[in-house]
Design a binder for this molecule. Structure first.
Ligand code: IPE
Ligand code: IPE
Ligand code: MG
Length: 230
């Protein structure tokens, strides 16, 4: 019998390629973001069903605010008008929703919607869905260092530092970036220290359950050594 597949504890997902997916079909970039969002709504449920305990997605980077306002507002509104209505799903499935990022780019309405879902799901214990929204890993590290300075911490170690990040999450085991790009673009630099990297060519709107299964198969072929001998 085939051995049972190892499921990564924490998956990082850089959802890239919405724009190219749309352009290749003669659609607008916004339609690409919509297709990506609809894919995410199905895919995240599948990923949790597979047994992943923490899922971190890169939904909007701080550098994305360099794009035209209209495109950014479209992405934020996709979340505002759809994601926050899914509260019941996360509640029913005991999944805690958290956000990582700075808050200064968002309107009161968006912040309130974010805070509501966080508040409603804060005691859930079976999994964590971490949404990186206006996120920059370098800013996360700077924000952590500022708090560490304020708290006059001496003898800083890795465990303590991790607690000062936006959330005290376990390390990422499997990092997936769709669309063929092979870079991190300022995503969870500290958390991916020993992650396995997987770069499928598929554009995010087409990265479905089958594609995720392929990622898990590939993950199972990797030999993780963490500096030791295996
Ligand atoms: C990813 O798709 C979504 C965000 C960055 C918000 P892109 O919009 O980057 O798509 P490409 O890279 O232009 O194809
Ligand atoms: C990273 O993708 C951000 C998200 C997927 C949200 P980008 O498409 O913005 O990254 P670059 O500009 O290609 O590095
Ligand atoms: Mg991109």
């Amino acid at each position: 019998m085939e051995d049972k597949l190892k499921i990564p504890n924490h998956v990082g997902l850089i959802m890239d390629g919405n724009g190219r997916w749309a352009t290749s079909k003669g659609l607008s970039r916004s339609e690409g973001h919509k297709a990506g969002y609809l894919n995410l709504e199905k895919l995240n449920k599948y990923i949790f069903k597979k047994g992943v305990n923490v899922l971190s997605i890169y939904a909007l980077s701080t550098d994305n605010f360099k794009r035209p306002k209209q495109e950014i507002n479209y992405i934020i509104n996709l979340f505002l008008n759809n994601f926050f209505k899914e509260k019941d799903f996360y509640q029913k499935n005991n999944i805690k929703v958290v956000f990582s990022g700075r808050r200064n780019h968002f309107s009161e309405k968006v912040l309130k919607a974010m805070d509501d879902i966080v508040e409603q799901t804060k005691n859930n214990t079976s999994a964590i869905f971490n949404i990186c929204f206006d996120y920059s890993s370098r800013n996360e590290i700077i924000d952590a260092l500022e708090k560490i300075k304020e708290d006059n911490i001496n003898n800083l170690d890795q465990e303590t530092f991790n607690k000062y990040l936006y959330h005290d999450l376990p390390p990422i085991d499997l990092l997936i970036r769709t669309s063929g790009e092979q870079r991190l673009s300022d995503f969870m630099l500290w958390q991916v220290a020993y992650a396995e990297f997987y770069f499928p060519k598929t554009m995010f709107p087409d990265f479905d359950e089958k594609e995720f299964d392929l990622a898990i198969l590939e993950y199972n072929k990797r030999n993780r050594k963490f500096g030791g001998i295996k």
